[in-house]
Ligand binder design. Structure first.
Ligand SMILES: Cc1ncc(COP(=O)(O)O)c(C=O)c1O
Length: 408
């Protein structure tokens, strides 16, 4: 397989343009939010400059605005290989899960057990746990001492009353990729719906949602080189069960059912820029038009290869540091480059020292408090998180390693 052309990749982001203050930085807080690609920023700018009026009207500007928004939705659905009717765009993933939990609360389901994990970011666990006060029974699929979730443990929680299993595709702390296809297949076998938080996975490979067969799949486009929105897939089967959350007269519009708060029109119109970026990657590396059946998988493969290549030296380095605890695996298999460490130092002090060297890292609990507690991490201190994506260069990682070596 070819290598990703990093010069080409970085030329697609304003953040890396010479003269941009961000370009001086080795940026390792990508799991918090990635840089948006130029296609997205350009679309956003154009919308605000030329069509920022109420869309879907019958006058110039409004017509173009609606058309741009529709085009974006079609492109995004193509990228994910799902029908547009199953694609919903809300303000954020947390907002989307909040609405879905309300939709489940008001549904007429006879099953009343929800399984949640303690590996999730709070957005895909708290909203479901809150339904305990509404007649639902909550069962926790707990991580083992290494922070991982095991299917055998899930199997022990299952009976015919389980209506929903909520779990992450990837943990935003240990970076582990869960066997989502296997878990969703198991859930189907036992008649349960699944809600998969793909936020930490999607930046590392555009999810081909039908390959996993979930009922809900969520991710945040501001972490996939796009605008600040929450994207979700809801299966037809589940959409029929859930009570709609929109104005009563909009119930018949599948895409309005679970997004009561219409997101920023300009950002919706910019979503299509994510597709354009992947298409550019495909055309540049594979020398042909993005054929959605095959080349997106190849592009995802190039991205994964690049990420594993840059991740390896960091994991090797961390292994040599006795006083550093890595949460998660030292192997690059089945993990993404989201690397959380616990050190003997204050995380904030370390982040400030690294900032002096133009290295940006994340600090805190990243709303994965339950996981950190399960792993015995001091919640007040949290972790230092070093997260990168495919545009992160080998020299950025070298800079990070030398900074860490100096201060740890
Ligand atoms: C794994 C994971 N899930 C969910 C979320 C929540 O996403 P949003 O900020 O779109 O609500 C985050 C945010 O950081 C996350 O990392």
């Amino acid at each position: 397989m070819k290598d990703l052309d990093l010069n080409f990749v970085r030329s697609q982001f304003y953040a890396f343009d010479a003269g941009n203050p961000l370009c001086q930085k080795a940026f390792f807080e990508n799991a918090g939010g990635s840089f948006p690609c130029k296609f997205v920023v350009d679309k956003l700018t154009k919308f605000y400059e030329t069509t920022k009026v109420q869309p879907y009207g019958h006058f110039n500007g409004s017509i173009e605005a609606g058309e741009e928004m529709d085009k974006s939705i079609v492109k995004l659905a193509k990228l994910l290989r799902i029908p547009t009717n199953n694609l919903h765009v809300g303000p954020s993933t947390s907002q989307n899960t909040y609405v879905l939990a309300n939709a489940l609360r008001l549904s007429k389901t006879k099953k009343n057990v929800i399984i949640v994990s303690n590996q999730d970011h709070e957005s895909n666990t708290g909203v479901w746990r809150n339904l305990a006060s509404q007649g639902f029974e909550i069962r926790e699929w707990g991580v083992r001492s290494n922070g991982s979730l095991y299917l055998d443990d899930l199997k022990n929680l299952i009976d015919s009353a389980v209506c929903m299993i909520a779990f992450p595709h990837v943990s935003n702390i240990i970076g582990q990729v869960n066997p989502v296809k296997e878990i969703c297949a198991f859930a189907k076998e036992v008649g349960a719906f699944t809600c998969v938080d793909g936020v930490s996975y999607a930046p590392h490979g555009i999810p081909q949602i039908n390959d996993f067969n979930p009922d809900i799949y969520l991710f945040s486009s501001y972490k996939t080189f796009g605008p600040h929105l929450g994207v979700m897939y809801v299966s037809d089967e589940l959409a029929l069960e859930l009570e709609s959350q929109c104005h009563y007269f909009n119930k018949e519009y599948p895409n309005k059912r679970f997004t009561p708060a219409g997101p920023d029109h300009a950002q919706v119109s910019a979503l299509g820029g994510i597709y354009d970026y992947y298409e550019a990657l495909s055309n540049h590396h594979l020398n042909r038009e993005l054929s959605l059946d095959s080349s997106i998988n190849e592009v995802n493969g190039l991205i994964a290869k690049q990420e594993k290549k840059t991740l390896r030296p960091l994991l090797d380095f961390l292994k040599t540091k006795r006083d550093v605890r890595l949460l998660g695996s030292y192997e690059t298999e089945d993990r993404v480059p989201t690397v959380a460490i616990v050190t003997k130092k204050s995380n904030v002090a370390l982040a400030k020292q690294l900032n002096e060297l133009d290295i940006s890292v994340g600090v805190g609990d990243f709303y994965a408090v339950r996981l950190l507690e399960a792993l015995g991490v001091d919640i007040n201190e949290g972790v230092t998180r070093l997260s990168f994506v495919h545009y992160t260069s080998g020299s950025d990682v070298e800079k990070l390693i030398s900074g860490l070596d100096r201060y740890l």
